[in-house]
Design a protein around this ligand. Sequence first.
Ligand code: MCA
Ligand code: AMP
Length: 512
Amino acid sequence: MGNPLNDALFAPHAGREAVFLHLPDASVLSHGAFLAQAARIANALAALGVRPGDRVAVHIQKSPDALALYAACVRAGVVFLPLNTAYTPSELAYFVGDSEAALLVCDPAEEETLRSIAAEAGCALRTLGVAGDGTLADLAAAQGAHFDTVSREEDDLAALVYTSGTTGRSKGAMLTHRNLLSNAETLVDIWRFGPDDVLLHALPIFHSHGLFVATNVTLLAGGSMIFLPRFEIERVLEGLPRATAMMGVPTFYTRLLDDPRFTRDLVGHMRLFISGSAPLLAETHEQFAARTGHRILERYGMTETSMNTSNPYEGERRAGTVGFPLPGIEIRVRHAETGAPLPAGEIGVLEVRGPNVFEGYWRMPEKTKEDMREDGFFVTGDLGLIDARGYVHIVGRGKDLIISGGYNIYPKEIELFLDAQPGVRESAVVGAPHPDFGESVVAVLVPEPGEALALPAIEAAAKRDLAGFKRPRHYVLVDALPRNTMGKVQKSVLRERHAAVFQTHPPGASGA
Ligand code: MCA
Ligand code: AMP
């Protein structure tokens, strides 16, 4: 018996000497050196008593060692639990507690802050820094580079990735070896990745996009990555002439287009630009084509399913669509309320079935049942249609969700936070169009009558408790929220009312 994901991703297809990572300091890391480090970390995990099936929660900056930790977990049969580096200690406490992680790995600088959280959750705490520093790095350095890979079945969990939820409580999506491997195999094939590919990697690696799509695809193809710590325009412009492919959220593409140095000549070596995680405006697609001659290939996915659809590699990449269902994956459109099948061209909720669809939400059987049809289709909550030519269009969201720069924000979570602030009677949170992030967060607050509402104090509390990308970028004070006859807050009215706030206020500004 083998270990499906390990055997496919971490057996170097292009040879151990071949380059895996091109790093910002102009050094390179070979596949062999990367795998040796992963083996040492796997030995370190075993030395710490982490067992197959245990969860390892990871809150560290992007680095080659962070990727090696992912590889080590797969190899050791451990469930990898990546966490957004923007999460605050109070957010982290929930994930570590809910997952019953055996180990939390954090940056050396936050060890002190997270000590009590780890202790409370009963999990060990070790550190891993970007410069090969930290207590886990030290332990790994003392280990050998031989590790007996732990056997896994296709149905075994490889990762647990939390996604925020409509109720305000985050849910852990359980992803198996089959889920991740089948998707990577399909994507390598349809996007034609091979050992000669050099992927410009500027995404975070704590989400499906940067880890399971970008990294797994490169690993499976035996290619290499220009591995940047984050999306920084200077470094991206510098890397593009050496790259063959890039994956990004729409903000990457609008930022590139805003820079006059981004030209057709600069991308002469590129064969593929891919966009996802949020809607790419048709206008951005067209501007990009006019500037570079490349049609951005848009695809659609979710944490729970990895990738579901893609525009074709060859054939028409249609702006404003997310392309066709991937091979082996079925998509259907159902009526949002009744669940009845809908004819082609009609708008309903997209449902998806295939080897990519996750096992369910961690310890939430009821929630899993709600979102999973008996015949195995997963209800995405995205509203869309399939046109006469078979292209899937996403036209909105049935779920109350804001996507800011590719990060999902559920208004409920922010509303619960705001409602708990002194002087706030109630709140409603909506997304408004934003020139950089696509959408950003607007908070509408109703003050308690007769009480002074201290906005600066609320903003300070938000800074302490909420990850930066979730913080409202604009506050509005009103006497009452608009409600329908049933008493439900009319979010669409609020969205309309505040649609222009980020056009008139510079990004980051707030006002009442
Ligand atoms: C950073 N900030 C943001 C965001 N990112 N605010 C709103 N939305 C954001 N996305 C805030 C910070 O809190 C900080 O605020 C200020 O902006 C500067 O932070 P910095 O880190 O310097 O920002 P940045 O480097 O400009 O980041 C913008 C970014 C980044 C490059 C768009 O957010 C990014 O890489 N996004 C990718 C997200 C992603 O990978 N999503 C995939 C999810 P302050 O100064 O006030 O503290 S997986 C998925 O969706 C599915 C599976 C799929 O289909 O892919
Ligand atoms: P996440 O929960 O972070 O995995 O985000 C998944 C959600 O991102 C999906 O349910 C969609 O709402 C959205 N999404 C991903 N890709 C696209 C896309 N190409 N166009 C529109 N929305 C997208």
